[in-house]
Design a protein around this ligand. Sequence first.
Ligand SMILES: Nc1ncnc2c1ncn2[C@@H]1O[C@H](COP(=O)(O)OP(=O)(O)O)[C@@H](O)[C@H]1O
Ligand SMILES: [Mg+2]
Length: 253
Amino acid sequence: MSAKTVVIEARDVSLRVGEKKILERINLEIRRNEIFGIMGPAGSGKTSFLKLVNHTFRAAGMALEGALYVLGEDVLGEDVNPTPLRRKVSMVFATPVVLPMSIFENLVYGLKIQGIRDKHTLREAAERGLKAAILWEEVRDRLHKPAQKLSGGQQQRLCIARAMALSPEILLLDEPTSGLDPISTFRIEEALKELKRHHAIVLVSNNTKQIARVSDRCAFFLMGELIETGKTAQVFTVPKEKKTDDYIAGRFG
Ligand SMILES: Nc1ncnc2c1ncn2[C@@H]1O[C@H](COP(=O)(O)OP(=O)(O)O)[C@@H](O)[C@H]1O
Ligand SMILES: [Mg+2]
């Protein structure tokens, strides 16, 4: 895959559950080697969009329209096999989900589920993940200690490391620093800037300053609608829409 390849393309994606419209004709493109920010107040459909991308949105009475291409495949199709997709697309959530086992076992958990047992392969993947999440130096001497002893910020970087150990092409992050202090937040933002050299990163945040700091291009979601998308520098300096201007100025949300 060359640089600037489009890896996620939404064409008129709408999602409704029962009578409730969750996403309304979303059109956007996300490319490799960029951090694509998605911002918007709570309830805007940001998480729902990510869950469509990694094929985990499930609800009774849901209706989908449009096309959502992830690495070339329309994931809204009925006959999509989600297993290969989930290997290429990893998601990290707001609250770190650290399993009650060692740091090392957390890192290789997903690989073991895939049936990989070779010690050398597992060790290499764990190290690669930790380096990608800029956590290696901090934990290399205690890989077999319980992961739950790590600080909150380290636990979140461990979740990123675990996602990266699976060598995904796309990393989705849903408000990954919402519970973290500024230093931990800074470390994660630095890790993301490194990761975009080889991956596509989608960063959902309701912190507009974070979107401005780290994303290359971004989108503003409001009540299920995509109000505006473009280069981050442009969206934050000369937004096309008044609603975007109001949101980034903190006038609502
Ligand atoms: N599984 C579901 N079934 C019904 N409604 C849902 C479901 N998931 C989310 N919603 C609704 O969709 C809207 C958007 O939610 P969400 O995508 O979580 O927004 P955000 O991440 O921007 O806060 C909310 O009104 C939420 O209640
Ligand atoms: Mg959300």
